[in-house]
Design a protein around this ligand. Sequence first.
Ligand code: ZN
Length: 401
Amino acid sequence: MRKRTIALLAFAGLAVGVVGFFFVAPGVVEAGRNKIEPVGPIISEAGRGFQDTIDLHADTLLWDRDLLGTVARGHVDLTRLRQGGVALQVFASVTNSPAGMNVERNETAQFDMIMPLVIAQRQSPRTWSSTLERALFHAQKLEDAAARSDGRLRVLRSPEDIERLFADRNANAQAECGDPGAGDCLRWPVGGMLALEGLQVLEGEIDNIDRLHAAGYIMAGLAHFIDNPFSGSMHGASRAGLSESGRAAVARMEELGMIVDLAHASPQAIDDVLAMARRPVVSSHGGVRGTCPNNRNLSDEQVRGIAATGGIVGIGYWPTAVCGLTVEAIVRALLHVRDVAGIDHVALGSDFDGAVTVGFDAASVQAIATALIEAGLSPEDIAKIMGGNARRVLSEGIRPL
Ligand SMILES: [Zn+2]
């Protein structure tokens, strides 16, 4: 009898644990990782007029949350993008994240924390151990959200898609509000584009670039927090540059019209790419050592190298990138890139939902435009930073050679 009671209690405990793991844990984990410590972002009427913002990096697809939903977790969803005047969000696919992840040094053998997350999130077993399957799942997730969005969210793959997005946003604003420049006129639709965070996703097979491009990916970082057979990471153990297969991967990406993203790449890999790039490259999210000196951020020389390809540097909003949470800290980094490389090479790359703490979410991005007005920049220059430069590079970079 006692044995049966103990067995029943053990079973009940296990059931509670299983339910907690699959239905409660994913939300709790996300709420603990993607935090906001509000900095009271100020948005002026003129700041709100900037409605064509492009952000180069958010990790929203990693988490168990509907982009169209109203769960007030994390930093990005369709409602908040629209409120913040974000026309186009690049959604990155995170497929590996080492336990104890840090910006200085991670061993390739470190346990991958994405595995328990995808199991807890009840993703298909195909995604449990395959980085490639995780990326294909993320692409499908964005496509599904767009299909359910009643035309409010679109997945963009070509320069023509980008042009059509901005034309339609303008036409819709005109139809709905009369004055399309009015700050209180929320525009739609919102565009989404897909990017890969690290070539570990290829699982060693260069042909998988074509497969992922066909699935909608238009940009790829070389490495994430660990080294992979194609490239060293800035947080890896080897500090290696591009391998032979890494060079072949970069060349194939350029042919297809996939933009090379230098965020997280080792300094040697950055030099290797800059030496061979035939097309504009980006650093999608991060900071600059000129305002925030650490191993995660770009030197002035690297910023100039990216600019020399015609590319852009996307500034992130979290403390490791800009040494603070405030809008002013972000603006300092943006203006440093301008001073070092010129206004045409400055862009936004929040790293929203990237397991980072930020001072505001996607609904308040126009606080940056507001601060740039305060800093005395012209409307033309502000428009370039908020999205104009990114629009140029995305349109140019995704056209097949
Ligand atoms: Zn990242």
